[in-house]
Design a protein around this ligand. Structure first.
Ligand SMILES: Nc1ncnc2c1ncn2[C@@H]1O[C@H](COP(=O)(O)OP(=O)(O)O)[C@@H](O)[C@H]1O
Ligand SMILES: [Mg+2]
Length: 236
């Protein structure tokens, strides 16, 4: 079943239209990538979904129209957005950040076990559990941002450039953990990534955006085989 569906979504910042009609769908439990150069509209697409920017077109989540709902309401429906630049609460500790991630949950009793699960998923965070997020490395902050999103027990995770600024081995660790989270939790994922090699280790299908439109859409295997993808995004 389709969990998230975008049809011809448009969005503007003031007078400047940056999404010209983006369509994609994420199946229940699926992982879908959004690739594309800087400025193509990847971040804006995620913002349109979570209601951080005004959008046109159709956006449906779990069969209901969510276009125009703000970030609080999309979060309450089960959409967790890990923004570009991570968005951890830097003055709070690792443990406090994870707790804040769970603040909308009714099943309070299950929260300690989910914190333990996050620390198992990201063992580096275990050693830093009492540290302020501001004291963490970039990779640890990214792990914390993903962990915090998981703590909401969302149905859909929106992840924006999780590898940005990380050393390749750290980026791989982060993606390995996200892949494990996907398998073990069944959370559907919409992944914005400039590192297509990394994205293809996780996603089933992807769409390439160019100036606010879909330029190419296909399975990871199909896209990896295309010359234009190899040249532009896979380093050869
Ligand atoms: N807050 C903003 N105000 C005005 N223009 C913006 C804003 N954020 C992004 N843009 C512009 O919108 C376009 C798409 O940006 P974005 O969605 O961030 O692209 P990507 O994530 O693919 O790099 C770019 O031209 C960018 O300069
Ligand atoms: Mg972006």
């Amino acid at each position: 079943m389709t969990l998230l569906e975008l049809e011809e979504v448009t969005a503007s910042y003031g007078p400047v239209q940056v999404l010209e009609g983006v369509s994609l769908s994420v199946p229940e439990g699926g992982a879908v990538g959004i690739l594309g150069a800087n400025g193509a509209g990847k971040t804006t697409t995620l913002r349109a979904i979570s209601g951080m920017v005004r959008a046109g077109g159709r956006i449906r989540f779990d069969g209901r129209d969510i276009r125009g709902l703000g970030p609080d309401r999309t979060a309450a429906l089960g959409i967790a957005h890990v923004p570009e630049g991570r968005g951890t609460l830097t003055q709070l500790t690792v443990r406090e950040n994870l707790r804040v991630g769970a603040y909308l949950r009714k099943d309070r009793k299950a929260i300690p076990a989910d914190i333990d699960y996050c620390l198992d998923l990201f063992p580096q965070l275990k050693e830093r559990i009492g540290s302020q997020a501001s004291a963490l490395s970039g990779g640890e902050q990214q792990m914390l941002a993903v962990g915090r999103a998981f703590m909401a027990r969302p149905r859909l995770l929106l992840l924006d450039e999780a590898s940005l600024g990380l050393a390749p081995s750290t980026a791989k660790n982060v993606y390995d953990a996200i892949r494990r989270l996907r398998v073990e939790s069944g959370i559907a994922m919409l992944i914005v990534e400039q590192n297509a090699n990394l994205a293809f280790t996780l996603v089933d299908t992807a769409t390439v955006l160019e100036t606010g439109r879909n330029a190419l859409t296909g399975t990871s295997a199909e896209l990896k085989g295309m010359d234009e993808i190899r040249r532009a995004y896979l380093g050869g």
